[in-house]
Design a binder for this molecule. Structure first.
Ligand SMILES: [Fe+2]
Ligand SMILES: [Fe+2]
Length: 294
């Protein structure tokens, strides 16, 4: 089978009944220990789906390797980009920037049978279903201001002063947008339209690299970092849209919290130095619906 027709073959494959809706993020496989963990990830049921909420890796070959492997093993893999996938890393032979890099990744991953934010939102009809899985790519707009600041400029200045500056400032290029917040606003506009067009009677599982609300960032060790973690523009989406669960990563603080009755689950693995200290998330693949696990 060629890679070009793999996704077609997948959609023709009958979906086994049963199975679980699983999620993970921040696999960061440029670390060998994390790559070893990914090599061992397997479904426990032929009907298992896996939602991957960003930060797989920085290099395109690594991103494709990991998601290709998972797409061969799981009944369906759904991916959203993290900031690390969007970096134009100096070691990556693919030197595309911004929107062009994102579109390149979408095209490559589609060939592997992976569902991206640019595809129709798939319907989970396993246990607890039907729920619609909505992979979102929303980015951030610096509106989670640093303490004591009320504008993007002041917030960024506070971050530079404290030395807590996200590497995105060097490597996540917004081309052709003038800045990352403009790109974010456009993504929010497009995504809001798509969610509004969904059948309101079918609950949604929203998957995004960043939480849709600010509260999960309140426990960050460095509060200045919150400005690279989402946007105030999505603060009411979990109540405006019929949301069964919200899945995110990025903060590297795996946990379950509830806002307005909606479970928000951070499903990150994180860097080896982080999980070595606190232990691996157990289980690493979180069942996110129908039963969120803390
Ligand atoms: Fe990460
Ligand atoms: Fe991230």
């Amino acid at each position: 089978m060629t890679t070009e027709n793999r996704s077609d073959a997948r959609s023709e494959r009958p979906t086994p009944t049963g199975g679980r809706l699983l999620a993970v993020s921040d696999l960061h496989i440029s670390y060998q220990e994390n790559r070893d963990l990914v090599e061992k990830l397997r479904p426990s049921h032929p009907g298992d789906w896996l939602l991957v909420a960003g930060d797989v890796a920085e290099l395109t070959t690594s991103i494709e390797w990991a998601l290709g492997l998972l797409a061969e093993r799981f009944a369906r893999v759904v991916w959203v980009p993290g900031n690390h996938e969007l970096w134009t890393h100096p070691e990556d032979p693919v030197q595309l920037r911004g929107v062009a890099r994102y579109e390149h990744l979408v095209e490559r991953l589609r060939r592997l049978g992976v569902v991206t934010p640019e595809d129709p939102f798939p319907l989970w009809e396993g246990p607890g279903g039907p729920v619609r899985i909505a992979p979102l790519f929303l980015l951030y707009d610096y509106s989670f201001h640093a303490p004591g600041t009320t504008t993007k400029e002041a917030s960024l200045a506070a971050a530079y002063e404290s030395g807590i500056v996200c590497a995105d400032e060097r490597m996540l290029h917004p081309d052709p947008f003038p800045d990352r917040d403009s790109w974010c606003r456009e993504r929010v506009r497009l995504t809001e339209k798509r969610l509004a067009a969904c059948d309101p009677d079918v609950p949604l599982v929203l998957v995004n690299h960043y939480p849709l609300v600010r509260q999960p960032t309140d426990i960050l060790w460095y509060p200045e970092f919150a400005q690279w973690c989402g946007t105030e523009l999505t603060a009411d989406w979990h109540t405006r849209f019929n949301t069964a669960a919200m899945i995110y990563g990025h903060l590297h603080i795996p946990r379950l919290t509830t806002y307005d009755g909606v479970p928000f689950t951070e499903v990150s693995l994180g860097y080896p130095r982080e999980w070595r200290k606190r232990g691996l998330p157990d289980p690493l693949l979180r069942e996110v619906f129908p039963q969120a696990t803390g």
